[in-house]
Design a protein around this ligand. Structure first.
Ligand code: AMP
Length: 303
């Protein structure tokens, strides 16, 4: 099934306890597309500058990632720099240079306009809505990510876009902030009245939780001995989640639960190496083995 993503394609400078890189391919749409492409073909919408070379594009080559919607503009690509704390739980943004992203107006190539699964990565909610407006028939699933920046600065626009969203994929602090409530369950129930029927809460090393109607599904985090770099783990989670859902072609309770597991699997692999390195070198066998590991970790008999 056709899966579309709109979001940032960037260069990142990363400082982590296990090492640093001055400039590596990053961006939410990059992490999403690489992760999702293990499950389903992906159509990417974004913008890069003239510093984005064929070598950078090689990360996408040989995969089921359509780059027809990756616009090339004059100027520099989006640049982000971040530094992580020793235990990787905190990070500070050292630089956010929008560059060509500042004037970005997403344009869908004609053959993208029939997409049935859509992921609106963390960008201006007005741009997210403009993408949906270019799709001919209402997609089967519209999922959205956002962050504190948009929750604080564009609350009205975000609320409007949320009314057209089926699945909101955010972290626990964003859930609390969006709802203005401290208790996570109360906050989640409040958010579910804003439009999305499903809320997926990413909890980093503590796993993920999904709320849909009255049902709740929670899985733990996959503990890693040597986590290296959490950058993009949330986007890779969304990629595994949406890729798995699109591949299933059905939106049944089981398909949702499997999607949460594959999202967690892809997020956990991402953290193992710096940048997109691990995501570029995965195999389907490794992915499936880790999904089975999740099942082993959580299965138990009541008596
Ligand atoms: P995450 O770790 O899930 O927050 O995603 C990190 C990726 O998001 C990095 O590769 C950055 O290039 C990109 N990024 C950082 N800040 C922004 C922003 N304000 N808008 C869009 N993408 C961003």
């Amino acid at each position: 099934m056709s899966l579309l993503v709109v979001g940032s394609v960037a260069f990142d400078a990363l400082e982590t306890p296990s090492g640093r890189v001055e400039r590596t391919l990053g961006g939410a749409a990059t992490y999403f597309a690489l992760a999702a492409s293990y499950f389903s073909p992906v159509r990417l919408v974004g913008v890069v500058g003239d510093d984005f070379t064929a070598r950078d594009a090689a990360a996408f080559r040989g995969r089921r990632i359509d780059l027809a919607g990756l616009e090339r503009a004059r100027g520099k690509s989006f640049f982000w720099a971040g530094r992580y704390s020793d235990d990787l739980t905190d990070r500070v943004s050292l630089a956010t240079e929008l560059n060509v992203f500042a004037k970005f107006q997403p344009k869908l190539p004609p053959h993208y306009r029939d997409s049935r699964y859509v992921f609106l990565a963390n960008i201006d909610p007005t741009l997210q809505l403009s993408v949906l407006r270019q799709i001919r028939r209402r997609p089967r699933v519209v999922a959205l990510d956002t962050m504190n920046y948009w929750i604080e600065r564009t609350p009205v626009e975000l609320r409007r876009t949320l009314r057209h969203t089926d699945i909101l994929i955010i972290n626990d602090s964003e859930t609390r902030q969006l709802a203005g409530k401290r208790n996570l369950l109360e906050a989640a129930e409040h958010v579910l009245r804003m439009g999305p029927r499903t809320l997926v809460i990413k909890r980093g090393e503590f796993g993920a939780m999904m709320l849909r109607g009255r049902s709740q599904f929670t899985i733990p985090g996959f503990s890693l001995r040597n986590p290296s770099d959490p950058t993009g783990a949330g986007d890779a989670f969304a990629g595994g989640f949406m890729g798995s859902l699109a591949a299933a072609g059905r939106v049944t309770p089981d398909a949702f639960r499997r999607a949460i597991v594959f999202g967690s699997v892809m997020g956990s692999f991402t953290v193992e190496r710096i940048g997109v390195e691990r995501l570029r070198r995965l195999t389907r066998a490794e992915i499936n083995a880790r999904a089975r590991e999740f099942r082993r970790m959580t299965r138990f008999r009541l008596q």
